[in-house]
Design a binder for this molecule. Structure first.
Ligand code: ADP
Ligand code: MG
Length: 318
């Protein structure tokens, strides 16, 4: 009979860059070698997902859809097809605050540049003319997608990292990894426990003072995602705006400093964190309070903290 000593398990962590972002993966394993094997598999999986869904990769199926906007239906893998279906469902849930076809607006904003002035109204109106999830046509029988307007394009910037975190978690669970955390630049998905049975704890940065944590939260088989505009932001006429765009107006959003969403899946949490940044704190918390197993913490530009009904902060760190 094999003797398994649970106490010999340790925590191993690796940092790396993928999908244009910083990732780190923590796994519970019996040795460095075993942990390395798990993390290598995770990185392969992220590469696979990026090659399939990234609009930045010219050979991805998403790029194929974009190149054929206004031209024809494109057959895609079931995996991408259902990601698009779920994205459309979130657009409906959020009245279009979340929209993967926001990407057409991106053409008028260069977020690598910090200082902007307002484009004229005509330019803004033109930019949203080609945005609208209703114009993403899907054919379930043939697994095909068609963007019905010529200048349309889609991008998974607001949901892709969450999706990747969920997929990696499922993969490692399938390999028998008893506990871990996937951190896709702030999109955190955990499962199991630390060796010895303690819950994983994650900290949320206080956007008002980034040297401090807003709180420590236990993450039991759950995800938490933070959309903050204190890292990526632009200034328009000296006012701070986020890199998240309201797909209905073409304007960058303001009002929230950071939005953290807890949900069973990182994908949903990711999409909702972006949505709340567009909807604003009041409408956002109202939506979250209707959804089962979903919670949020919103910090407004004015420094107010707005929590959904089920939030319990376990520890404050000062
Ligand atoms: P981050 O990935 O920077 O933490 P988010 O998850 O909130 O932040 O995603 C922001 C990204 O989503 C933007 O960089 C852009 O690619 C895309 N995006 C911006 N506005 C929207 C929107 N209204 N709906 C869907 N995607 C959006
Ligand atoms: Mg997001």
């Amino acid at each position: 009979m094999a003797f398994i000593d649970a106490q010999s398990q340790s925590i191993y962590k690796r940092d790396f860059s993928k999908m244009g972002s910083k990732f780190d993966i923590t796994v519970v394993a019996n040795s460095q070698n075993e942990a390395d094997e798990f993390i290598d598999l995770a990185i392969d999986e992220i590469d696979r997902i990026e090659n399939l869904i990234s609009s930045w990769k010219s050979t991805s199926q998403t790029s194929e859809i974009n190149k054929n906007a206004g031209i024809k239906f494109i057959k895609v893998d079931a995996e991408l097809f259902s990601l698009i279906q779920r994205s459309i469902a979130i657009s409906r849930l959020t009245d279009g605050a979340f929209d993967i076809s926001y990407a057409a607006v991106d053409r008028i904003w260069n977020f690598d540049k910090k200082n902007h002035t307002w484009p004229d109204q005509q330019t803004l109106e033109n930019s949203v003319r080609n945005v609208g999830f209703e114009n993403i046509k899907i054919n379930e029988e043939t697994s095909q997608i068609f963007l019905s307007q010529k200048e349309m394009k889609i991008g998974f910037g607001a949901i892709g990292k969450g999706y990747a975190a969920d997929k990696v978690k499922a993969l490692l669970q399938g390999k028998g990894v008893t506990g871990g955390i996937i951190n896709a630049s702030g999109d955190m998905s955990a499962w199991g426990t630390q060796p010895g049975g303690k819950a994983w704890k994650v900290a949320i940065t206080n956007p008002l003072d980034q040297t401090k944590n807003y709180g420590l939260f236990e993450l039991r088989d759950k995800a938490v995602v933070t959309s903050g505009n204190y890292e990526k932001f632009i200034k328009i006429d000296d006012e701070v705006y986020s890199h998240i765009i309201d797909p209905r107006t073409g304007k960058p959003t303001k009002g929230t400093l950071s939005v953290s969403v807890f949900a069973p899946k990182a994908e949903l949490a990711d999409a909702l964190a972006t949505s709340i940044s567009v909807m604003g704190a009041d409408a956002g918390v109202y939506l979250i309070n209707q959804l089962p197993d979903v919670e949020c913490i919103i910090i407004t530009q004015g420094g107010n903290v707005i929590n959904s009904k089920g939030i319990k902060i376990n520890t404050y760190e000062n």
